[in-house]
Design a binder for this molecule. Structure first.
Ligand code: ATP
Ligand code: MG
Length: 418
């Protein structure tokens, strides 16, 4: 991508009303645009990050048998009444509206009810199970406070998966399999070491739900973690009973600010019983399906990565999600040898399939470097006079500032396989 053609431009200032570091940086770098509090547009650079995170999540959900679909945003009131979740007293984040033709609809903040109802068309007997389906969906939630930038949106992308099983054993086995799958996602995003499976409230069948909490100063949650033992407890369930249950002493736990990047729920048979989602078991008797639901905050993760890795110069993307692997920065004037060498190298990189953002604009070196730091690609390749003459280019690693020189072939061989 030639930067001269990128319609977004970096800017010095974020909007005065934006208080979150993640959104400030993303807006300044042209990754997102703020529509209003808690509502953001994803511009080409930001969309690439979101898509890369989605692809990682998709691969790991497919690996445990998930099938991708996409449910509607408009939802029927009656379905949520069945499980007593239509009321604003029970669910305080509903956006609702009225149809001109009459009747009320809700905007999807979650999808257990419609997905369970939809499944009635496909699940009749234990032979149709187990099934696991997931989607990437823009959820709408009327959040009271939206001060954490894209980490708490009123509109945000979630991956939500739902599992259906005929018996307890296969249900529990699936529930357990999602934990390592989730951890693989967080590891691939570079936050595996700081992310803990956390005992939290919201259990239905089981006493706890399991959250995935990532240590992050900008996170809104408080988690108590025994790092050695790998035990983490959300403050909302930190009490003597929980400690005894988990075999951990209060003194072993350290308090951290964390961001909830995922949450999994075991509903047992209750949800399906409420919804009337039944299957015939081996004896031909009707029984409610065993259900679980499994969320990951895709756009919240973008914010967490910004908060954790950005430095005073700007964004720093892990290689796995960076919009471009390489930022090629040319320091020539239009038509000179430096520009010609940079153009030629850009074409070579593109041909080799290296994702490259090419700063081909006529600007000062200082301004280009500052903007390159702000945009945060993992590697910057500089084409100046010396590089144009020798064919050896400076490669700067954004995260460490390390500078090394490499020849064209070496660079292409390295990044083409990255
Ligand atoms: P929170 O406690 O932060 O409000 P939640 O427990 O209500 O989140 P879930 O219903 O468990 O959220 O949703 C699954 C995942 O979606 C969460 O683990 C989180 O990563 C993400 N998520 C939830 N609400 C938001 C939001 N307003 N903006 C961005 N991501 C969100
Ligand atoms: Mg949650």
């Amino acid at each position: 991508m030639r930067q001269s053609r990128l319609f977004t431009k970096a800017r010095k200032e974020a909007p005065a009303d934006e208080v979150a570091k993640n959104a400030q940086l993303l807006i300044r770098a042209g990754y997102v645009h703020k529509e209003m509090a808690g509502v953001y547009d994803y511009l080409p650079l930001g969309l690439k990050v979101v898509d890369k995170i989605k692809q990682i999540v998709r691969e790991e959900m497919n690996a445990i048998g998930g099938e991708e679909l996409i449910m509607s945003s408009l939802q029927r009131k009656e379905l949520w009444e069945r499980t007593s979740r239509w009321s604003d007293e029970v669910v305080d984040v509903w956006f609702k509206s009225e149809l001109k033709a009459g009747g009320e609809v809700g905007f999807g903040w979650s999808h257990e009810e419609p997905i369970g109802e939809m499944m009635k068309n496909f699940i009749a007997s234990y032979k149709d199970l187990p099934v696991s389906v997931y989607q990437f969906q823009t959820k709408l939630r009327n959040e009271l406070r939206a001060k954490s930038g894209i980490m708490r949106g009123r509109e945000f992308v979630m991956k939500d998966m739902y599992s259906f099983a005929a018996d307890e054993a296969s249900h529990l086995a699936y529930y357990e399999s999602t934990k390592p799958a989730y951890m693989k996602v967080f590891k691939r995003l570079g936050i595996g070491d700081d992310t803990y499976i956390t005992f939290a409230a919201g259990g239905a069948f089981t006493k706890f739900s399991h959250e995935f909490q990532t240590i992050c100063d900008a996170g809104e949650d408080v988690t108590y973690i025994a790092r050695e033992k790998g035990i983490a407890i959300n403050e909302e369930v930190l009490n003597d009973e929980t400690l005894a249950n988990l075999g951990v002493r209060r003194e072993e736990l350290e308090q951290f600010a964390t961001a909830e990047v995922g949450n999994i729920f075991n509903f047992g048979q209750q949800k399906a019983a409420d919804l009337g989602l039944m299957v015939k078991d081996r004896e031909g008797k009707d029984a409610p399906v065993w259900m679980g639901s499994y969320g990951i905050g895709v756009t919240r993760l973008v914010g967490v990565l910004v908060e954790k890795f950005a430095d005073e110069k700007g964004l720093v993307w892990p290689e796995a999600v960076a919009p471009y692997a390489v930022h090629l920065v040319a320091l020539g004037k239009p038509g000179d040898d430096v520009t010609k060498a940079a153009d030629a190298f850009y074409e070579e990189l593109a041909k080799a399939g290296v994702e490259t953002l090419y700063d081909d604009r006529d600007m000062s070196a200082g301004a280009k470097f500052a903007e390159s730091d702000l945009l945060g690609m993992p590697h910057r390749i500089v084409v100046g006079k010396e590089a144009a003459e020798t064919g050896r280019f400076e490669v700067v690693t954004r995260a460490t500032g390390a500078v090394e020189k490499f020849g064209r072939e070496e660079i292409i061989a390295h990044f083409a396989h990255a």
